[in-house]
Design a protein around this ligand. Structure first.
Ligand code: NAD
Length: 486
């Protein structure tokens, strides 16, 4: 089967999805296709009145049954939804490929299958995870019961739209909440269709409302709304900070924040260098480095540094770049002209500060916003390429002599999302695992698996709380303590 399609033939579901219906509002933000730079649509921006309609609709749908439903009923509806998502994989993948940086074949065969699995994973938790009895004195009975929050406000980024929507919706719905979800203004369409499929699965109209718009208007109206009981956000650390400020200004509510990263990959002298080079190159070329988990900082023992650099350069080429709607494409464009130009500007400052470009370092000569995979050598800790999350296919390489030096270099003052460690020495790997400041550590691999039980989240300013795993389900329920005198 070929997934290739004509980008001009796709009908877009444009509008806010409220109470199960697409609601239009004035045109808003111009949208451009990253693969060829063509302007193709306009994303409406929901103001506070539209957001309020969405919140009231979710509140009503949640209170009229879903929150109190037999948990197994929630499980069944969500499983049906996951089936429908798989059955509509091609249509969803086309909507996503059109506006995002994800190649169609990767979305259809990867992101969608994983998202359906994750929704089933959370659906199964609905009747398995609860409160508990407490060992109180014999004259009393103490327990905790857990309850949904009500309406969760979810906000997602552009880099993996379907996956991110699944991360938010799966645990929030399984836990009995309604949701008002704002996808990125650059990639909203696959999320709208996903929510429409939920209606066909029997998930009540209004339980998932999708509002379109940007951060300062629509996003702020969600996070500051008094009836949004909890916020679940994935995006940049800067936007996370703005959300915290807005919540503090308008009230107090729990939030889960999955933010940026600048993750190190430490390669010790005894590592399998081919294994390390494969994992590192893949982590920075996948989605052209536009992943929060991108392992962008290589920290390598000096005795093998030149050898590793040679192996990396041999792997850092754009493998089948092309439009995201071509089934053969394997290398993604950058999301926007602005982001491509930001990468160019950071690289030029990095070079002024002493970095050496070993490969890549330039935009690619083809339509759209493509950038060549890049290796920067000779970077010091204060170089801009180390300090900032570049969010593009740029690797830095730093050398160490002692373990302590490696750990010091791996420490980032702002980020602590993930880390990779490559060594054949188990003790060394475990020492490093203890020492690195990151919410996830991978040893002799780099990247998530399909083990959805494993949570994900950041240390330091890479985030607060976890997505995936039991943690994500429990973060969507609040706990009530009960004490009865017998
Ligand atoms: P972004 O922060 O610019 O936008 C993310 C979302 O937040 C968008 O929907 C945007 O409209 C909204 N937003 C922006 N400002 C807001 C505000 N003040 N109030 C409410 N909403 C606001 O990020 P992006 O460019 O879409 O995505 C890339 C970033 O996301 C990177 O920093 C990346 O590391 C991060 N990310 C993190 C994870 C993770 O799991 N930790 C996963 C994916 C992406």
């Amino acid at each position: 089967m070929t997934y290739s399609f004509n980008p001009d033939s796709i009908e877009l579901p444009i509008g806010h999805l409220i109470d199960g219906k697409l609601v239009s509002s004035a045109d808003g933000l111009a949208m451009y296709r990253p693969s060829d730079g063509a302007a193709y649509a306009s994303c409406p921006v929901a103001d506070s009145d539209i957001v309020d309609r969405a919140v009231q609709s979710a509140k009503h749908a949640q209170a009229s049954g879903w929150g109190d439903a037999t948990p197994r009923d929630r499980t069944r509806a969500m499983q049906k939804w996951a089936d429908l998502i798989e059955q509509h994989a091609t249509e969803l993948a086309q909507l996503e490929a059109l506006s995002s940086t994800r190649p169609i074949a990767q979305i259809a065969a990867g992101d969608i299958a994983v998202t359906a699995e994750q929704i089933r994973f959370f659906a199964e938790m609905a009747d398995k995870e609860g409160g508990g009895l407490a060992p109180t004195r014999s004259g009393s009975l103490g327990m905790t019961v857990t309850e949904p929050y009500g309406v969760v406000g979810a906000i997602t980024p552009w880099n993996f739209p379907i996956s991110m929507a699944g991360w938010k919706l799966g645990p929030a719905l399984a836990a009995g909440n309604g949701v008002v979800l704002k996808p990125s203004e650059m990639t909203p369409f696959s999320t709208i269709r996903m929510a429409q499929l939920a209606l066909r699965a029997g998930i009540p109209a209004g339980l998932i409302n999708v509002v379109l718009g940007d951060g300062p208007v629509t996003g702020a109206a969600i996070t500051g709304h008094p009836d949004i009981a909890k916020v679940s956000f994935t995006g940049s650390t800067g936007a996370g900070q703005a959300i915290m400020e807005n919540i503090a200004r308008t009230g107090v509510k729990p939030m889960t924040l999955e933010l940026g990263g600048k993750s190190p990959q430490i390669v010790f002298a005894d590592a399998d260098l081919d294994q390390a080079a494969d994992a590192i190159a893949r982590s920075i070329t996948f989605n052209a480095g536009q992943a929060c988990v991108a392992g962008s900082r290589v920290i390598v023992h000096q005795s093998v540094a030149d050898d590793l650099a040679r192996r990396l350069i041999a792997r850092l080429y754009p493998d089948r770049p092309g439009p995201t709607w071509d089934a053969n494409t394997d290398y993604s464009p950058i999301i926007s002209a602005r982001q491509r130009d930001r990468i160019i500007s950071i690289l030029s400052q990095a070079v002024e500060q002493g970095a050496e470009i070993r490969c890549g370092g330039h935009a690619m000569d083809r339509p759209g916003y493509f950038f060549a995979p890049t290796l920067l050598d000779g970077v010091t800790q204060d170089n801009i390429a180390i300090r900032q999350e570049i969010f593009g296919p740029v690797l830095t390489l730093q050398r160490f002599e002692t373990e302590d030096e490696a750990f010091d270099l791996s420490d980032h003052p702002i980020y602590g999302l993930c880390a990779g460690i490559f060594t054949r020495d188990l003790s060394c790997g475990l020492r490093a695992m203890r020492r690195v400041q990151a919410g996830t550590v991978w040893i002799n691999r780099y990247g998530r698996s399909r083990d959805h039980i494993l949570p994900t989240g950041g240390y330091r300013q890479s985030g607060i709380g976890k997505d995936l795993g039991r943690e994500a389900y429990h973060a969507n329920r609040q706990s009530k303590t009960v004490l009865i005198d017998l």
